[in-house]
Design a protein around this ligand. Sequence first.
Ligand SMILES: Nc1ncnc2c1ncn2[C@@H]1O[C@H](COP(=O)(O)OP(=O)(O)OP(=O)(O)O)[C@@H](O)[C@H]1O
Ligand SMILES: [Mg+2]
Length: 319
Amino acid sequence: MALIETHNLKKSFKTRRTIVDAVRGVTLRVEAGEIFGFLGPNGAGKTTTLRMLTTLLPPDGGQALVAGYDLLREPARIREQIGYVSQSGGVDVNATGRENLLLQARLYRVQQARQRTGELLSSLRLASYADRMARTYSGGERRRLDLAMGMVHRPKLLFLDEPTTGLDPQSRAHLWDEIRALCAGGTTVFLTTHYLEEADALCHRLAIMDHGTIVTEGTPENLKRSLARDVITLGLEPARLSDAGQLLQPQSFVQELQAGKEELRLYVEHAEELLPQIMQLLSHAQITPRTITLAHPTLDDVFLHITGRTLREEKGDAQ
Ligand SMILES: Nc1ncnc2c1ncn2[C@@H]1O[C@H](COP(=O)(O)OP(=O)(O)OP(=O)(O)O)[C@@H](O)[C@H]1O
Ligand SMILES: [Mg+2]
């Protein structure tokens, strides 16, 4: 069953001087039980799409069903079914974590609000800070509280806008675990990120967005497999480089071969499976590589392949 289904969703912003086409026709489908990621550089249109799907911003065109309801006709029904954690979060820093959660629970008319709040505080490892002002929380603690706020009414669909931006790698990994646990408990998660590693590690499926459109989508594995190749780099004595090149170039598994000063790079599919064969060929010719490295394509390669730019260059801060 699809929890989100959009068709040609569009949004432009008219500023004094120009019109910004922030989202130019987004069509996607998110199945129940998935962690679905929206990956893209700054200004790609991720937040704008999210704000439309969460009913905060009316689309200029297109249609969408969210949690089974029509975005344009039944926004109130959608709001009952979803949770939303914005890019900047929604915590009142001059209240404690517990107070923030209790207020949120009451706004949503959650039954037994106190009990639900206590449950969430302990499952998100916030119990020991629960009665401290939120302004004293670390970045990771704040983000966990944001997550708790988005979940307090047990939404079946949770939208997270850059849930881990600004967190250190360890806090990020912890938050991934929380999100996975949520998903295992039956919540469907739609998140945006500009971290390649996050999309790769966390998302079952993802769409890569650029300049307001989806440039490709699929499982992280399929995207990497379909668009980029593995690279085997052989470090060699300069004197044996051309022998090795002549030996390997004609092999049918080699899609492309590049020679450096002291290395050969072989572009292949399924590098691990080919390695024994390559070693055998070299050893017959009495060539012993000094080093061998094997690299799998990253989502960055996928983005590069499609747009001619890298996500890392675009963002500058994607680690
Ligand atoms: N209210 C607005 N008025 C004018 N332009 C806007 C408005 N909101 C967004 N935009 C523009 O729309 C484009 C998409 O913005 P959006 O916030 O959706 O990007 P994003 O993918 O979430 O980027 P980031 O990774 O920086 O959060 C940007 O060019 C942005 O400047
Ligand atoms: Mg954004």
